[in-house]
Structure formats: structure tokens, C-alpha cells
Design a protein around this ligand. Structure first.
Ligand SMILES: *[C@@H]1O[C@H](CO)[C@@H](O)[C@H](O)[C@H]1NC(C)=O
Ligand SMILES: *[C@@H]1O[C@H](CO)[C@@H](O)[C@H](O)[C@H]1NC(C)=O
Ligand SMILES: *[C@@H]1O[C@H](CO)[C@@H](O)[C@H](O)[C@H]1NC(C)=O
Ligand SMILES: *[C@@H]1O[C@H](CO)[C@@H](O)[C@H](O)[C@H]1NC(C)=O
Ligand SMILES: *[C@@H]1O[C@H](CO)[C@@H](O)[C@H](O)[C@H]1NC(C)=O
Ligand SMILES: [Zn+2]
Length: 322
């Protein structure tokens, strides 16, 4: 499994090809003076493809849909071990789990297995997300990468247009530190240099890094946002942002790439080229009926109160009989 993981990361360009290989000609970055985003396509032809990511999502142009419930599997288990690595382009968190963490449903047909998560950020709090919403940039974006379980291995998945899913969450700045991120933030000073790896003794459950609500999201077909920019990704961008303090986001900007400070690592937006972008309005339980935003909470509360009433009746009946 781990060998496969390394293979997929290598191919996805999400980690550097190992530090000791003389690959500087092929390395990419985000500043002029290195292989910057405007020139990625000279080394990696697929980066000039028609259906690239990220994109600007204009809310008034999206198609509203009511998709089946997006399902999460085994997201409450803590990893048995977790590494956090500065790969020169981003911070990647890799974990071992006793049971695979998976997603299904929503716009997805098969199951997808979690492989890693990483971040994109900007030089200041007004910039940093890759996808934009109404041309608005968030200070940071989380990418949780999942692989299609229908394919024999990750190498094959990267050749299929439904090979990967990335769950993306935007961050917004708040006054308070987000306690979930403290372990990661506190470890960043140990992985200041490219190819540095540290261990996260506790690690995180996947549930803890998802936004509070996963019901509303944008979804579209696009690419990896790093070379080789393969067009194999179903993007799911949650509407509900995650909160992080300025100080916590600032910690990411202190990392270094092979070319200097890694103050920003967001690819500029690419042409939509007529692609549809869907917005899941939620309220899946009321498919094809008018949407009541509070529907799920109400349904759930209603179900609970029904169970309570039922239990009371059973108890009452039993106590009469006995
Ligand atoms: C996963 O477990 C293997 C075998 O124990 C170990 O070599 C590897 O470093 C672990 N990976 C992570 C990310 O902790
Ligand atoms: C995790 O970190 C340990 C200690 O630095 C290292 O021995 C191991 O190879 C790493 N595993 C991965 C998957 O990077
Ligand atoms: C943030 O960075 C962007 C990009 O470099 C720059 O255009 C903008 O002026 C900066 N904003 C602030 C508030 O410093
Ligand atoms: C988004 O901003 C860019 C650059 O600021 C501008 O060229 C573009 O027209 C804007 N797009 C929309 C849809 O407003
Ligand atoms: C992936 O599977 C294909 C076909 O089953 C095989 O040819 C290839 O060697 C496998 N690659 C890896 C990295 O396991
Ligand atoms: Zn990413």
C-alpha cells in the first residue's frame, strides 16, 4: 500500500521526486525564476489541457442540483501512524489506517479511498485558495485526495478521467486558533526545509478536518493543480469554510521550497472551457421537491423524537403487562 502511495504521489507531482535525484530541470514552483505556473506546460504538456484546475466558480452561473447524500466511511478512526512532509511544494500529511477511509455517493459512482491531504496558501490573508468563488480568493485551501477503488492500483487510476476525487475546503481567518490544527501548526517548524519529514504523534481523524457541514458543495471535472496537471479529478468544493487564525496560517508561509521561501503555492485559475459546474443545494431527503434548508436537522430531530415516543410506549406497555 505504501509503495503504491509513493507511486501515486510521485506521478501526481504532489511530492518531489526523491531529494537525491538530480531533477532540478523538471522541478516546478510558483515564482518567476523557477518553472512558474505560466511555464509548467513547457515541461508538462498536459498542463495546457482544456479542462484544467483551478477555476473561478461564479455562483450565478452554476447549475443547482440535488445529489444523493455524499457518504463518508471510517472517518472517525485515528490513524496508527502519521507523517507530515514538506515536499518543496506543499505540506503533505500521510497516514496509515487499520481500515480504509472512503467516500461514496454525491456525484460519485464508485467508492474512493483516502490517500493524503495537503494545503495551498498565499502570501497574505487576501489570497491563497486555488479555486475562487465569485472571483474571491480565500487565504488557504485544504485538499483531501481520494483514489477510485475500481482500478487495480493508483498508477492506473491516474490514467482515467474518474481516477481521483479531491475534497476541497476553503479557510477563513478568525480570532481564535483552531485547536484541530494545533498539532500540524506546531510541527511546521520541524519541516522548514524541503524533504523534511516529522511524525504527528496523535494525527487527525478525517471527520475532524471536514467542514461542519458537507451538504452544500460545488462539483466539476478538472485536473491536478500541480504538474503533470492530469485531467483525472472530480472536484468537490465545500461551501462551508474552515476557521483558522492568522497566526496559524502564517506558520505555513515560513516553510521553504528548493528555490527559496514557500510563501505561496496556489496555481492561477484556468479557463472553464464550457464545463458545467454543479452546486449541490442539499436537502437530499426531499429530492425533486422544493428545498427547505433546515430539512435535515428537522428530519433528524423528528426521527429522534419518534424513537423516544416509541420507546416510551413500549416501556409503558411493558410495565402495564408486567
Ligand atoms: C505506515 O506503516 C509502514 C509500516 O509500518 C511504515 O513504514 C510507514 O512509514 C508508515 N507510514 C506513515 C505515513 O506513517
Ligand atoms: C515517516 O517518518 C519516519 C521518521 O521520519 C520515516 O522513517 C518513515 O520512512 C516515514 N514514512 C513515510 C511514509 O514518509
Ligand atoms: C496580498 O498579496 C497580493 C498578491 O501579491 C497583493 O496584490 C495584495 O496587494 C496583498 N494584499 C495586502 C492586503 O497586502
Ligand atoms: C475576475 O477577476 C479577473 C482579474 O481580476 C478579471 O479579469 C475577470 O474578468 C473577473 N471575472 C469575473 C467573472 O468577474
Ligand atoms: C498496476 O496494475 C497494472 C495492471 O494490473 C500493472 O501492469 C502495473 O504494473 C501495476 N503498477 C503498480 C505500480 O503496481
Ligand atoms: Zn492540491
Amino acid at each position: 500500500m505504501f509503495v503504491k502511495l509513493v507511486a501515486v504521489l510521485w506521478i501526481a507531482g504532489l511530492t518531489c521526486v526523491s531529494s537525491n535525484s538530480p531533477d532540478n530541470d523538471h522541478s516546478f514552483g510558483y515564482d518567476s525564476g523557477e518553472l512558474d505556473p505560466l511555464h509548467w506546460a513547457t515541461e508538462y504538456k498536459t498542463c495546457s489541457g482544456k479542462y484544467q484546475s483551478p477555476i473561478d466558480i461564479e455562483e450565478k452561473l452554476v447549475t443547482k442540483v440535488n445529489l444523493p447524500l455524499l457518504r463518508f466511511h471510517n472517518i472517525d478512526i485515528f490513524p496508527t501512524s502519521t507523517n507530515i512532509t514538506n515536499n518543496g511544494h506543499t505540506v503533505v500529511v500521510l497516514s496509515n489506517y487499520t481500515t480504509p477511509v472512503m467516500i461514496s455517493g454525491g456525484p460519485l459512482t464508485p467508492f474512493y479511498r483516502f490517500t493524503q491531504f495537503h494545503f495551498h496558501w498565499g502570501v497574505n490573508d487576501s489570497t491563497g485558495s486555488e479555486d475562487l468563488i465569485n472571483n474571491h480568493s480565500f487565504p488557504m485551501e485544504l485538499h483531501m485526495v481520494f483514489t477510485n477503488t475500481d482500478y487495480d492500483n493508483d498508477t492506473i487510476a491516474l490514467t482515467k478521467n474518474d481516477g481521483l476525487v479531491v475534497l476541497a475546503s476553503f479557510f477563513e481567518v478568525t480570532e481564535e486558533d483552531n485547536p484541530i490544527y494545533e498539532e500540524i501548526v506546531d510541527t511546521l517548524n520541524k519541516i522548514n526545509l524541503p524533504d523534511n519529514t516529522a511524525i504527528l504523534p496523535v494525527g487527525l481523524t478525517i471527520r475532524s478536518i471536514l467542514p461542519e457541514s458537507t451538504e452544500h458543495y460545488f462539483t466539476y471535472k478538472g485536473s491536478l493543480t500541480t504538474p503533470p496537471c492530469l485531467e483525472v479529478v472530480t472536484w468537490i468544493d465545500f461551501k462551508h469554510p474552515i476557521r483558522l487564525s492568522h497566526k496559524q496560517i502564517q506558520a505555513f508561509r515560513t516553510l521553504r521550497s528548493k528555490h527559496g521561501p514557500l510563501t505561496h503555492n496556489a496555481r492561477p485559475v484556468q479557463e472553464l472551457s464550457g464545463r458545467p459546474v454543479w452546486y449541490n443545494v442539499g436537502g437530499y431527503a426531499t429530492l425533486n421537491t422544493p428545498i427547505d434548508e433546515s430539512n435535515n436537522g428537522v428530519t433528524f430531530g423528528f426521527a429522534i423524537s419518534n424513537i423516544v415516543v416509541l420507546l416510551c410506549c413500549i416501556f409503558a406497555t411493558l410495565s402495564t403487562v408486567l
